[in-house]
Design a protein around this ligand. Structure first.
Ligand code: E4P
Length: 228
């Protein structure tokens, strides 16, 4: 399962790309607005500069009719190039736009998916990815992980090629349970990367390794001893 970063914050993206095995970045209008900058063009261009052409960049349309969505997708693709996917919310116009974008060779992620059937219809419209929202389902006492489980199983049974990019996470348990479903990817905020990696026992173990080493070798490092 791949990990993408769900942010438009340039410093966070730089940090995550430096330390974590991320395969791309996802944004939506809310995420973009959190940067408090009116320079959308600069934000997405800079994200592409940081991540390079090979990592995925998923940018959401703000249009609601198919022709406008296609026009935005073409304009964004021309600006950012590389592995680009236009994120389109699942509506009738969105499905029409999905087919139009695919005809033009533009990658599509159908987003704001809350049900299994939305995912299957998006897949039939040619979407490369579907993005089911986990935490928003959990918030209404639904079960985000269960929805993903059924999408995974339905896609397998129907030999659907569309990939599942699960989104909207708030904790490690949600990410882990989605990983166990066999979903292809998750997009998570930078804080969640830290939470996924952190465990106090790891730090206790590292402390013990250091103390035990020092009892024999003092402050000498392996490089000191090997003379490098
Ligand atoms: C993906 O890019 C989604 O838009 C995003 O994960 C939604 O997350 P939220 O439910 O925390 O707003």
């Amino acid at each position: 399962m791949q990990y993408l970063i769900d942010t438009a914050n340039i410093e966070s993206i730089k940090k995550c790309c430096e330390f974590y095995p991320v395969t791309g970045v996802t944004t939506n209008p809310t995420i973009i607005s959190k940067e408090h900058s009116s320079d959308f063009k600069n934000i997405i261009y800079t994200i592409r500069e940081i991540i390079g052409p090979d990592k995925m960049l998923h940018v959401q349309t703000t249009a609601s009719d198919a022709k406008q969505i296609l026009a935005e997708a073409e304009a964004i693709r021309n600006l950012v190039g590389g592995r680009f996917f236009i994120k389109i919310p699942i509506t009738a116009e969105g499905l029409k736009a999905c087919a139009l974008c695919k005809d033009k060779g533009i990658g599509v992620t159908m987003t704001a998916i809350f049900t299994q059937q939305q995912a299957l219809i998006a897949a039939n419209a040619g979407a490369d990815f579907v993005a089911p929202y986990i935490n928003r389902l959990d918030n209404i006492v639904s079960d985000g992980v269960h929805v993903v489980e059924e999408i995974v199983s339905m896609f397998k049974k129907n030999e659907v090629k569309t990939k599942i990019l699960a989104a909207s996470f708030k904790n490690v348990e949600q990410v882990h349970k989605v990983a166990m479903t066999g979903a292809d990817a998750v997009t998570i905020n930078p804080d969640l990367f830290e939470m996924l990696v952190y465990h106090p026992l790891t730090y206790y173990a590292i402390d013990d390794f250091c103390k035990d080493w020092e009892t024999i070798y003092g402050d000498k490092t392996i490089l000191d001893i090997l003379g490098k």
